[in-house]
Write a protein that binds this ligand. Structure first.
Ligand code: UDP
Ligand code: MN
Length: 303
């Protein structure tokens, strides 16, 4: 019965009456999650000094979510980490934007938390020595020597802990990355430009095959399409956009539990500036070029 109600709620969460280009969406203005957080969730950790917001960019990953929430809640509880899990569910019609979702999640939770974990929903820590404690400096947990798939030195994706002051210092992540990839590499440059010292887990004896479980099913295709001038623009460091100018609206907050593990779904409509980042919707370009192929508005001859 409970599983059914979770399924139903997720279906409802995905229901989206917004048309892709106007933001005259029926968004419900609700209070920020403070009231929800203060209810005494994780009460057993009230002595711990710092509180972490686990920010999970999310869309259409139901099976992964079912595993992630109970697993992470007990993993973090075993470490006595005072935490709240936020599923940042992108409900607009644009391509997925992991970075903007994290910026939005930070804005919504920063008053109640001291640091964030930017966390993929499909990456589960298996080694209990991976510490989610307060990061004095940014801590890249999914290090290239530990991540099952990405092994280049500048890789910073997957799971990253960063404190509030440092995230604000670098102006969060770029908002220009719609679709899969590169937003984490750009964030690496932001941290370096700010002379932040990125640390990675020490004294871990497990390796790339047994430190994390990457529950990325083969049916999960990565959205690697490039349209307009996306390729050129997203290759460069973005000095303009970030935490301060992320545009979004919260459709609703939903407090939920999976197998007793509490979490909050935040349904988020991202705005896209179609002039500066038209690649948030590659279908537009496709249909524009299809029209150009039509012979001067004449209809094709009937057979
Ligand atoms: N994600 C999502 N829905 C999508 C695409 C991405 O929820 O359609 C989130 C999810 O948290 C995922 C993360 O973004 O773990 C990174 O995407 P993905 O797993 O595709 O990238 P990988 O790191 O496996 O290349
Ligand atoms: Mn993945």
């Amino acid at each position: 019965m409970f599983v059914i109600s979770v399924i139903l709620s997720i279906i409802v969460l995905h229901h989206d009456e917004c048309n892709s280009h106007s933001m005259a969406a029926p968004v419900v203005p609700l209070p920020p999650p403070k009231a929800l957080i203060e209810k005494g969730r994780n009460a057993k950790f009230t002595n711990s000094k710092h509180r972490m917001a686990v920010l999970v960019p999310y869309r259409d990953r139901f099976e992964e979510l079912m595993e992630f929430v109970p697993y992470m809640h007990s993993f973090l509880s075993n470490q006595y980490v005072n935490h709240n899990i936020f599923i940042l569910n992108q409900v607009d019609q644009y391509r997925f934007n992991r970075a903007s979702l994290i910026n939005a999640g930070f804005q919504l939770t920063k008053n109640n938390h001291d640091y964030i974990a930017m966390h993929d929903v499909d990456l589960l820590p298996m080694n209990t020595n991976l510490s989610y404690a307060y990061p004095e400096n940014p801590v890249h947990l999914a290090a290239p020597t530990l991540h099952p798939r990405y092994h280049y030195e500048k890789f910073i994706g997957g799971i990253l802990l960063i404190n509030k002051e440092h995230f604000e210092l670098v102006n969060g992540l770029s908002n220009k990355y719609w679709g899969w990839g590169l937003e984490d590499d750009e964030f690496y440059v932001r941290l370096k430009d700010a002379h932040l010292n990125i640390t990675r887990p020490q004294n871990i004896t497990t390796g790339t095959s047994d430190t994390f479980r990457h529950i990325h099913g083969t049916q999960r295709k990565r959205d690697t399409v490039k349209c307009y001038n996306q390729r050129e623009v997203t290759r460069r460091r973005d000095r303009n956009t970030g935490l301060h100018d992320v545009k979004f609206e919260v459709a609703s907050y939903k407090n939920m539990e999976i197998e007793g593990a509490p979490f909050t779904v935040i349904n988020i409509h991202l705005y896209c500036n179609l002039t500066t980042t038209p690649w948030c919707d590659c279908k537009q370009q496709k249909s524009a070029s299809n029209k150009q192929l039509q012979p001067h508005g004449k209809l094709p001859k009937a057979k």
